[in-house]
Write a new protein. Structure first.
Length: 154
């Protein structure tokens, strides 16, 4: 007959959380950017209400003067640029006092997002405002255009 031994000692927890250990492992193996990229795609949220759509684009650090919004051929085009901070490349023999990028995780450069609008949006009443790094574009419905209509059978 085989003897089965059971270890009833409580499991010991590691001193550090598993996520911390995994993050340290991945941080060392993943390549890091040491200079900003030239373009990026901002994240967008689209909400719908009875009055129309509302488009939210996350644009932290982008000045409202650097954003252009155009409507052409049924599409809303939002474009602009977020400039990277000036960093000086360190040259041999120069002091290391000038700032330089060590790690870049923020998006910089130019961006463009295009959204196809339905015919029910009143293009002449579109409004946009920038606050707290969020561009909010209101796209009201056109009250003259009918998209749904119930027809009663007689």
């Amino acid at each position: 007959m085989a003897t089965i031994l059971y270890n009833n000692r409580p499991a010991t927890r590691p001193a550090r959380a598993f996520n911390t250990v995994l993050s340290e492992l991945l941080r060392d193996t993943l390549p890091t950017a040491t200079e900003p990229v030239k373009s990026f795609i901002p994240q967008a949220d689209i909400l719908e209400s009875e009055a129309g759509f509302e488009l939210h684009l996350a644009l932290p650090g982008v000045a409202k003067e650097a954003v252009q919004i155009d409507f052409q051929e049924g599409k809303l085009v939002v474009s602009g640029e977020r400039k990277a901070p000036e960093a000086v490349e360190a040259k041999e023999g120069e002091p290391q006092n000038a700032p330089r990028f060590r790690r870049v995780e923020t998006n910089f450069g130019s961006f463009t997002r295009t959204f196809r609008l339905p015919d029910t949006v009143d293009v002449t009443a579109i409004e946009a405002e920038m606050a707290d790094g969020i561009l909010r574009v209101r796209l009201p419905f056109d009250g003259k255009k009918v998209t749904k209509h119930h027809i009663e059978v007689r």
